[in-house]
Design a protein around this ligand. Structure first.
Ligand code: HEM
Length: 474
């Protein structure tokens, strides 16, 4: 069992071993009532500090090599709350039930996800993309008629499966990546975007722009930075040019608001109805890009793991093939839980307090606050390191009562930042997986894929190709 808290605090900050500086508050006067955690207010520097022996590099190199193991090992050594310093960043980390619960509860104005995300993505994504956006995923997915996307998803899957032919070999992640591009663009980028004239060029450009690179392959961020984001800026220009063509082809929006096609693209167009010319094209294209980039982080990888886990378990696969959609959705939720690599990152904007089981910490602006789902999702109760669809009924995790805190296990997040596209994503995975299983016999040509170790965000990519032989079913 992991130790929570700081029973091994050294009183006045000394370096213990492996670059860990043990901090801690003043010892209470003799005979005094021990303070409650809320009364025991410490600064972020009083938490055990994990640095390194090179001052600026700090613990950064070790962390980036394998973030999940780094956090796990550090927890085992110093407890569930600690401060990591590296590459000039100060990361206040919490992994205990109380600490994680309080992280999720902090308001955006004090601990901002938006600013933290921007800091992470700014290395990769051209800054102009973030300015002046009018449509965000929340606006698209919050509406009652959200099920309009199902029709688009099925049409997109049909197109992609037809391209597979009668037999061959596919790589699960590459296949799902194309499929997710097609399903996503069909839903919010217009049907025209998935036509052969535009689709291949859009896929190429979106892959070049892909913001998830910054947390899937963190070292590549340096390359992007060193080249002044040339490749990414060119990709954005290409996408804008393609949308100029698409918008020329489409009939204007109906005056009575009747949709020209199912999906979200008309809503994005409507948001720019008061603008004309280049600014309109650019505005619409960039809104589509921002929604699509949100999707690229997780959806295809979650789809691929669902497929991989089913192919590894023929009995489950057969039950799904016989029509058990509820089982298929449970497999999707379980795959996401098990393969989550998301760091939950917040940037402190205003001084605030964050309590764990032992003390309250004063967090100062500029500090980053984090926990990592891959650590808690798999260790919060025995057996959570294994795939078992019985862990879910619908989207509900079934073992919450066994957890010391319900926030320790998550798929789509908690509270105010809960993923707006959760239902959409599960539908997309269900439709894509079912179509593939019903159409083809599948044969695994991979063994024991595991998450890519360096990844520090999103659903895991695999550490090896997951090849699958397919043959059309009679
Ligand atoms: C299986 C697929 C997906 C998974 C596992 C997933 C997971 C998550 C998680 C864990 C969060 C919360 C992160 C945090 O609080 O730090 C989140 C937020 C978010 N997701 Fe997803 N996501 C998925 C698909 C998508 C798709 C398809 C889109 C866009 C089309 C999307 C857009 C967003 C946005 C915009 C937020 C931020 C919400 C906010 O800050 O209020 N996600 N997602």
């Amino acid at each position: 069992m992991l130790r929570a808290g700081h029973s091994d605090f050294a009183p006045h900050g000394r370096v213990a071993r492996d670059g860990v500086l043990l901090g801690g508050g003043r010892p209470p006067p003799p005979g005094a009532r021990p303070p409650t955690p809320r009364e025991r207010v410490l600064t972020s520097r009083d938490a055990p500090r994990v640095g390194g022996f090179l001052p600026w590099v700090g613990a950064g190199v070790t962390l980036l090599r394998d973030p999940t193991s780094f956090f796990q090992r550090t927890r085992e050594r110093v407890g569930d709350t600690f401060l990591v310093e590296g590459f000039g960043v100060r990361l206040f980390c919490v992994f205990s039930p109380e600490g994680v619960k309080n992280l999720w509860a902090l308001p955006e104005a004090e601990a901002s996800k938006g600013v933290a995300d921007f800091g992470m993505l700014a290395h990769k994504v051209p800054a102009e993309l973030f300015a002046g956006r009018r449509t965000y995923p929340h606006m698209l997915f919050a509406r009652e008629d959200v099920e309009v996307y199902l029709e688009n998803l099925s049409a997109a899957v049909e197109l992609e499966l037809a391209a597979l032919g009668g037999r061959g070999e596919l790589e699960a992640f590459a296949h799902c990546r194309r499929l997710a591009h097609r399903m996503g663009l069909a839903s919010w980028g217009s049907r025209a975007a998935t036509s052969p004239r535009h689709f291949e060029r859009l896929v190429e450009a979106f892959d070049a722009l892909d913001s998830s690179e910054s947390f899937v392959h963190p070292p590549r961020a340096f390359l992007t930075w060193a080249t002044g984001k040339r490749r990414e800026k060119a990709a954005l220009t290409t996408i804008e040019a393609i949308y100029a063509e698409i918008l020329r082809e489409l009939p204007p929006l109906a005056a009575d608001g009747a949709p020209s096609e199912p999906g979200f693209f008309d809503r994005i167009r409507a948001a720019w109805a008061d603008v004309s010319g280049e600014a309109r094209i650019q505005g619409i294209a960039r809104d589509v890009v921002l929604v699509h980039m949100g999707s690229q982080s997780n959806l295809f990888a979650a789809m691929a793991w669902t497929l991989v886990h089913l192919i590894e378990r023929p009995a489950l696969l057969e039950a799904v093939r016989q029509g058990d959609d509820a089982l298929l959705e449970r497999c999707a939720h379980e795959s996401i839980r098990l393969r989550q690599r998301s760091i939950v990152l917040r940037r402190i904007l205003r001084p605030c307090l964050l309590a764990d089981e032992h003390a309250s910490y004063r967090l100062e602006p500029g500090l980053s606050l984090a926990t990592m789902m891959s650590v808690t999702n798999t260790t919060a109760a025995p057996g959570l390191d294994r795939f078992d669809p019985d862990h879910y009924r619908g989207p509900l995790f079934q073992r919450t009562k066994e957890l010391e805190g319900r926030e320790l296990v998550t798929t789509f997040g908690h509270g105010a930042h809960y993923c707006p596209a959760a239902r959409f994503s599960i539908s997309a995975i269900r439709i894509a997986t079912r179509a593939l299983l019903e159409r083809f016999e599948l044969e695994p040509r991979f063994r024991d894929p595991a998450p890519l170790r360096r990844q520090i965000g999103g659903v895991a990519r695999a550490d090896r190709p997951c090849r699958i032989g397919y043959r059309q079913r009679p």
